[in-house]
Write a protein that binds this ligand. Structure first.
Ligand SMILES: [Fe+2]
Ligand SMILES: [Fe+2]
Length: 202
């Protein structure tokens, strides 16, 4: 038995089997992060009148493919059967593990719920359109209890008082971080910032 339990797996797998598969696909630190995101996603769902069990599951599996090898991602992107945009090959695993991660989640965990898969796809980049579940997973990833970057307390405060404001906070700070480190910015993240990150006119 696992000490971590999901009320619903949105798959034919039992909670125990699903938890074991997730644990087997990553190291211990990443697994603890996934548990933290799940617990945080459940709290945010309750606060925002969303399905708590669905949020807990999506949060738990969001990084399922985080430690998949580069060669494997590239093979899956290039396989025409999977219909992935070939521009993905110009990016890296930071982008792949969300967007392409859904391939492994469908294959290994038999989860096909489109809301869950979309939230996984969007969890690293954000998007112009984001559902409540997309937002919950996006910010839970950023503020789960294991996170300790400077500013995380403010991020938690903002997010727990207003989910949209939390999305905006995260996007603004992520763009700042990427620019400060002279890293490439995924166009969708910039587009998402222009929707969720800017201060609304009074
Ligand atoms: Fe991730
Ligand atoms: Fe994550």
């Amino acid at each position: 038995m696992n000490d971590f339990y999901l009320n619903k797996t949105f798959s034919d797998l039992s909670s125990d089997l699903l938890v074991n598969k997730v644990r087997a696909n990553m190291d211990e630190a990443r697994f603890r992060h996934c548990q933290g995101v799940s617990i945080t996603a459940r709290k945010l769902a309750k606060l925002n009148n969303y399905d708590e069990d669905k949020a807990a599951l999506a949060g738990f599996i969001h990084d399922y493919a985080k430690q998949v090898a580069n060669d494997e991602f590239i093979r899956v992107i290039k396989d025409p059967k999977n219909n992935f945009n070939q521009d993905l090959l110009n990016w890296n695993r930071a982008i792949w593990h969300g967007i392409v991660g859904t391939y492994f989640i469908k294959r290994d965990l038999s989860i096909t719920d489109s809301e869950i898969l979309t939230a996984i796809k969007r969890h690293t980049t954000g998007d112009v359109e984001m559902t409540t579940l997309d937002k919950i997973v996006f910010v839970a990833d950023y503020i789960e209890p294991g996170r300790s970057f400077s500013g995380v307390d403010e991020a938690r405060e903002v997010t727990f008082s207003n989910l949209d404001a939390g999305v905006g906070y995260e996007l603004a700070h992520t763009l700042q971080f990427l620019a400060n480190n002279r890293q490439k910015i995924y166009p969708k993240t910039l587009a998402a910032y222009n929707v969720w990150g800017i201060k609304k006119e009074k």
